[in-house]
Design a protein around this ligand. Structure first.
Ligand SMILES: [Zn+2]
Ligand SMILES: [Zn+2]
Length: 235
């Protein structure tokens, strides 16, 4: 083989080796991203939502529920609707402990979070805690792992130990909406006072919002001045 021919082949092998694949569908991508344009197209950013609970809406007024029964948190920043590829990404990090998916989701989240018009750095970020029994079963708390990445990027303190889950409850997803409030009532305890602190509580998905309502109630009771919710996706 001539030297020129060999060089040509080496260049094509190098290109092939450097080609990345989408972490969701496996198709080849040439840009410096983890998700292909086709998968990214299925992400639905939330443009208008209730200013308090982040529920997608036609405008940014308070929704009926927040008007009737306001939570103790004052605001929610929810980036995406819980559908399409973001659902796959979250499912993969949560149930398959895919660390690469977790870092991709966390980095995407922090990038969008910083662009949000309501974004402000809190005094402390607290992940939604899970009970020790579930932690042993699942092997990790995805909210705590995302919080580490986000806090590091924002240079903001975080702690998974300030609020703990002391009552083992049924999974919120397994219950009808009407039973979710009582399921998490009294399930969390603070380990320290939060006097005067502004807190961001972080979770991957917010559904009925009952867990975040209860957590914010506990945080305010412990002295927190302000509580906001940060979630990757809103169901
Ligand atoms: Zn893809
Ligand atoms: Zn609302």
């Amino acid at each position: 083989m001539k030297l020129r021919e060999l060089n040509k082949r080496l260049i094509s092998w190098q290109k092939w080796l450097l080609l990345r694949s989408c972490i969701l569908c496996g198709s080849a991508i040439e840009s410096n991203t983890e998700i292909c344009p086709a998968c990214e197209k299925t992400f639905k950013p939330i443009d208008a939502a209730c200013s308090i609970c982040g529920s997608p809406a036609k405008n940014s007024k308070e929704c009926g529920r927040c008007q009737k029964d306001p939570p103790m948190f004052s605001q929610t920043i929810a980036i995406f609707e819980y559908s399409g590829a973001i659902k796959t990404l979250i499912h993969r990090m949560k149930y398959h402990q895919d660390n690469f998916a977790l870092h991709t989701a966390a980095n995407l989240f922090v990038h969008k979070l910083q662009q949000h018009k309501c974004f402000a750095i809190p005094n402390l970020i607290i992940p939604v805690p899970i009970h020790t029994t579930r932690l042993v079963h699942r092997g990790f708390n995805q909210s705590a792992e995302i919080t580490k990445v986000v806090a590091n990027e924002l240079q903001c303190p975080q702690t998974p130990h300030m609020i703990t889950k002391t009552k083992h409850t049924s999974s919120q997803q397994s219950l009808p909406l009407g039973k979710r409030k009582s399921n998490v009532r009294g399930a969390f305890s603070t380990t320290m006072r939060l006097d005067g602190q502004s807190i961001a509580i972080l979770d991957d998905v917010m559904t009925s919002g009952e867990t975040l309502r209860e957590l914010s109630r506990v945080a305010i009771k412990a002295g927190a001045r302000k509580v906001v919710c940060w979630v990757i996706a809103r169901a």
